[in-house]
Design a protein around this ligand. Structure first.
Ligand code: IFM
Length: 449
């Protein structure tokens, strides 16, 4: 562990922690909130590993003040959270829910009062079920609904945000939700998934235009889940498999936004499953980004015969069976830097699920601390090589509902006892706090404060 890592980051670097609404809020049916596709999906037998749901989660909705104190106590400067669309607009169209809007007002003001910068995401997957009932992201109408929702949130909160993100991880929504069916809404059609991905991108581009037309005060962007892609061997077949995985997982999203078109080779490979694109769509998608958010967890190794097995790779794995490969974060950032003209980049999520050993009120999660340290060092390496890094946020502030894995997988740097809702700082949180303190002190000394 490098005790001087903090020295590699400038004074204006943003450090934060991240969560999302469905994963922590609970209060799923309170104060006028509408049903989301995740509320519905959780009730599908077998959908969630431990048969749990988001009804209570971390009960954050009722513990806002103390949770904000918890965040401030870590010494971070920023908090990334999402707005639950059905909490503020229960049916995804028409009437707004004042109680829901007021909650996010309190959240944003509470952050500002504690000197924390609010980084808001509009869509972290919990689409109003009423919109799914009329076709969800597979229909173009949902694009229009999203733009209205974005306008409504900006009008209420936009003057106080550090950044505003349209979508979190569109690949996950499209592929896990609509092709593999393991996430809400649980559909299994590649054709639908590609159309969903197109509509997510289109709604992103149209929302950016609408928000800018209304004089958006906050920098606007999107958050992508990106991995470092590697072939299993140096055979031509494996290299091609890795190339196609990169086109489908990364370029399918970045090419439209940065270059105004889908990657030709991926489009051709889709054949009849390619999305329907209307004239003008690609120009609408290709709006300038004020920042790009990247969520990085692991590398992806591809082989033509799909034989690569992470359990035999020799790399350590997290509790999600994701390989721990910090160097991949540097490599990914350099790949992006070479490929497109990057705006300021935030690592909007990075962290690991581990089986946390708990002993008398402490959680000695040395593996998570090492994970965070090594990935922060990887960000510093990319920065040293010219990547315009603006910030880094740990996933996650606290243990929470890990989607189809339920509550069994713990990503938090703060432990949550779900029976009592007690929060306990894990060793990783204490390390992060100390790291940030050293970083702050170093810069305070420089300006003679
Ligand atoms: O918990 C998720 C988060 O909601 C989106 N990015 C990945 C995290 C870990 O799986």
């Amino acid at each position: 562990m490098n005790h001087d890592l903090h020295r590699r980051f400038p004074a204006d670097f943003t450090w934060g922690v991240a969560t999302s609404a469905f994963q922590i809020e609970g209060a799923a049916f309170e104060d006028g909130k509408g049903e989301s596709i995740w509320d519905r999906f959780c009730r599908q037998p077998g959908a969630i590993a431990d048969a749990s749901n988001g009804d209570i989660a971390c009960d954050h909705y009722h513990r806002l003040g103390s949770d904000l104190d918890l965040i401030a106590g870590l010494g971070v400067g920023a908090y990334r959270f999402s707005v639950s669309w059905p909490r503020v607009q229960p049916l995804g169209r028409g009437a707004w829910n004042e109680a829901g809007l007021a909650f996010y007002d309190r959240l944003v003001d509470g952050l500002l009062a504690r000197g924390l910068k609010p980084h808001l995401t509009l869509n972290h997957w919990d689409l109003p079920q009423a919109l799914q009932d009329t076709g969800g992201w597979a229909t173009r109408e949902t694009v229009n609904r999203f733009v209205d929702y974005a306008r409504g949130v900006q009008r209420r909160l936009g003057d106080r945000l550090a950044t505003l993100t349209t979508h979190n991880e569109p690949w996950v929504i499209a592929v896990l939700g609509h092709e593999q069916g393991v996430f809400a809404p649980g559909l299994k059609s590649r054709r639908t998934a590609t159309q969903v991905a197109h509509h997510l991108l289109l709604s992103h581009g149209l929302a950016l235009q609408a928000l800018r037309a209304e004089g958006a005060a906050a920098p606007l962007g999107i958050v992508l889940n990106l991995a470092h892609m590697m072939p299993a061997t140096d055979t031509a077949a494996d290299i091609q498999a890795s190339h196609m995985a990169d086109l489908g997982g990364r370029c399918w999203y970045t090419d439209p936004m940065f270059k105004g078109h889908y990657p030709e080779e991926a489009l051709a490979a889709l054949g009849a499953d390619a999305p329907q694109v209307q004239p003008g769509d690609m120009a609408d998608i290709a709006q300038p980004l004020d920042f790009l958010g990247i969520n990085y967890y692991t590398r992806v190794v591809s082989s033509a015969d799909a034989s690569f097995d992470v359990k035999k790779s020799g790399l350590p794995l997290t509790d999600m069976d994701w390989e721990i490969y910090p160097r991949g974060l540097t490599e990914l950032l350099l790949t992006m830097h070479r490929d497109v003209s990057l705006p300021p980049v935030y690592i909007t999520e990075n962290g690991g699920a581990f089986k946390d050993p708990a002993t008398d009120g402490q959680v000695h999660d040395a593996d998570r601390t090492a994970y965070l340290h090594d990935h922060i060092a990887a960000v510093a390496d990319a920065r040293d090589q010219g990547v315009p890094m603006a910030g880094y946020m740990v996933w996650s502030l606290m243990d929470n509902f890990e989607w189809s894995s339920g509550y069994a997988k713990r990503f938090g740097i703060v432990h949550v006892d779900y029976a009592t809702q007690q929060r306990t700082l894990k060793d990783s949180a204490l390390w992060y706090r100390g790291f940030l303190q050293r970083w702050r002190e170093q810069h305070a000394q420089k300006v003679g404060v």
